[in-house]
Structure formats: C-alpha cells, structure tokens
Design a protein around this ligand. Structure first.
Ligand code: ADP
Length: 159
C-alpha cells in the first residue's frame, strides 16, 4: 500500500490545498494530511480547528486521513510507515524553498522521497497568508476557500 503524507500549516485550508489533496488521493492508496504544530508561523487557528476544517472539507474522500504532528516531518513520515512527502508547487517562488527542504530531508532520510504536485493554474496564486490579509481588510475570499471557511476567517479576524 502506497501511503503519502501531505504536511503543511493549513491555516486555513484553501482551494489550492484541496486541489493537491484530491490529486494526492488519486495517486496514492492513502493520503495523510498532516497539520504541522509549528508555532513559528503564528497560526490564527489552533491545530484542532485546522484539523476540523480540513475534515469538513475532505471528510468524504475515503482514502484521506487527517492528523497533526510535532517535530521533524521525516520522523512523522517514518512513524506512519510511509516514505513519501507530498508537497504542492505554485510558482517559481515556491521552488527554492521546497528544493532546499526536500534536499535537507533527503540527506537526513534517504529513503523518503518528496513528490511535488503542480496545482491547477486557477489556484496557483492562492496562499493562506494572502487570504487572511484580504479578510482582515474586508474582502470577500469565498472564491478562494472551500465552503464554510470564509465564515470561520471572518469570526477570527474581524472581531
Ligand atoms: P507550509 O507552512 O508547510 O508551507 P502551507 O499550508 O502554506 O504550509 O502549504 C502546504 C503545502 O501546500 C506546500 O507544499 C505549499 O506549496 C502547498 N500549497 C499551498 N497553497 C497552494 C496552492 N494554492 N497551490 C498548490 N500548492 C499549494
């Protein structure tokens, strides 16, 4: 059974993430969407909130599991009996960071392969960061996020 792990902040899940999840679920027997508990990025949603939102959006895809992890991604991937890290690529600006991270991970864990999936062009400009900024400034982000997420963002950011 080919199991892949899709790690990320998902603060919150966007249509870009959803596109990668759907592609990953088609490509692998099982896909684990793993929320990183890394606080360095100052997430606005707790890990539990992020997991719950992802679950509402992708809960009906049978071979997708949702989890969270602390520490190194490679250690988590090993603990799940997987050897594939799935990541999305939007633009060339993602490439440098992703390339560095993939090679760092490969040096530490040669058996784990990072697989990159290219998003649909219609989602290639989307990022959780820009979506949060847009909501703060009063914009409508419903074309960029799955149903229900815009409301959660408004509750969180427009107090
Ligand atoms: P991280 O903090 O790990 O970068 P993100 O939640 O920002 O977490 O992203 C997780 C993964 O999803 C990354 O590989 C990122 O490139 C990818 N991703 C995010 N948004 C998109 C998008 N719009 N299209 C394709 N991939 C995306």
């Amino acid at each position: 059974m080919r199991v892949a792990v899709y790690p990320g902040s998902f603060d919150p899940i966007t249509l870009g993430h959803l596109d990668i999840i759907q592609r990953g679920a088609h490509t692998f027997d099982k896909l684990i969407v793993a929320v990183a508990t890394n606080e360095d990025k100052n997430p606005i949603f707790s890990v539990e909130e992020r997991k719950e939102m992802i679950s509402k959006v992708v809960g009906s895809i049978p071979n997708v599991e949702i989890d969270s992890f602390n520490g190194l991604t490679i250690d988590y991937v090993n603990s799940k009996g997987s050897n594939v890290i799935l990541r999305g690529i939007r633009t060339v600006s993602d490439f440098e960071y992703e390339f560095q991270m993939a090679l760092t991970n490969r040096t530490m864990a040669p058996d784990i392969e990072t697989v990159f999936v290219m998003t649909s062009d219609k989602y290639s400009f989307l990022s959780s960061r820009l979506i949060k900024e847009t909501v703060k400034l009063g914009g409508d982000v419903s074309p960029f996020v799955p149903p229900g997420i815009q409301q959660r963002l408004v509750q969180k950011l427009r107090k």
